[in-house]
Design a protein around this ligand. Structure first.
Ligand code: HEC
Length: 249
């Protein structure tokens, strides 16, 4: 009797494992969208390092300001570099098609930088994927952009935060079990220590996780109030019941 159940369970476990599929081993970013300071730092990095290429077409400056507890002034001064209005969605400076067009006779990116509104949801294990991606660039002269990435091989995106991380090269390592693995060796320091750069990558991943589902933030914030309300309402209902049935008994 227990055997079919066991088989079923094993099949379930198997299919879950298969759904995760092969792919790069992702690091655990440990993002937390309720961490407003992390969201603010992530937004600042995003607008300084990413927004020139990637739009966030479903996010408005005004909405972001409210959710990230920033004033209109702060957003318009420090984060909006396109001259867009406060109520408008986040576009890039890059003219449409520029990413695919040729630039000075050379192929530029070969690909248009995609909108990143939903990337944290579209990618399997999105926040961890983004985090690991930002930590996995290495120089590769054979690529048109001069960089390659172990998480997204042959990506047409340069390592835009290299001034912060520094330059790391790909090295073959042998782990304790004698297995060959690839790792990185930092050959040139950036403006941030490795730990600080991991925090940068975590902040950007947190910001993009929030952008992918802004409602999740509100759900978390309102959740407590909803619970309190329900508790209060239960109390009121109980008192009412007491009141109604008083004369019947
Ligand atoms: C110079 C332009 C440029 C900048 C700046 C840039 N990117 Fe990109 N990015 C690209 C291009 C081009 C691609 C498409 C790569 C491909 O498909 O080969 C891309 C792809 C991506 C992807 C993968 C999207 C997917 O296909 O799922 C992510 C995530 C991403 N970028 C994040 C960032 C973040 C975060 C920053 C800022 C730290 C950033 N990018 C800055 C050009 C840029």
């Amino acid at each position: 009797m227990t055997k079919p159940i066991l088989t079923l369970l094993l099949a379930l476990v198997g299919s879950v494992a298969a759904a995760a599929g092969p792919g790069p081993k992702l690091l655990n970013a440990g993002t937390n969208i309720s961490d407003t300071a992390s969201l603010q730092r992530g937004a600042q990095l995003y607008f300084n390092y990413c927004a020139s290429c990637h739009s966030l077409q479903y996010m408005r400056y005004s909405r972001m300001a409210e959710d990230l507890e920033l004033t209109e002034d702060q957003v318009m001064k420090y984060l909006n570099f396109t001259g867009a209005k406060f109520g408008e969605t986040i576009t890039t400076n890059m003219p449409v098609g520029a990413g695919e067009a040729t630039f000075g006779g050379e192929d530029w990116f070969g690909k248009a930088p995609p909108d990143l509104s939903l990337v944290a949801r579209a990618r399997n294990d999105g926040p961890n994927w983004i985090y690991t991606y930002l930590l996995s660039f290495y120089p590769d002269p054979s690529r048109p952009v001069g960089w390659n990435n172990t998480v997204f091989p042959n990506a047409s995106m340069p390592h835009v935060m290299w001034d912060r991380q520094g330059v790391q090269v790909l090295v073959q390592q042998t782990d304790d079990a004698g297995q060959e693995t690839t790792g990185f060796d930092l050959i040139r320091e950036g403006s941030r220590s490795p730990e600080q750069y991991r925090q940068d990558a975590r902040d950007v991943a947190t910001f993009l996780e929030y952008v992918g589902e802004p409602a999740a933030l509100q759900r978390e914030r309102y959740g407590l109030w909803v619970l309190l309300y329900l508790l209060l309402f239960t109390g009121v209902a109980y008192l009412l019941k007491h009141e109604y049935w008083k004369d019947v008994h």
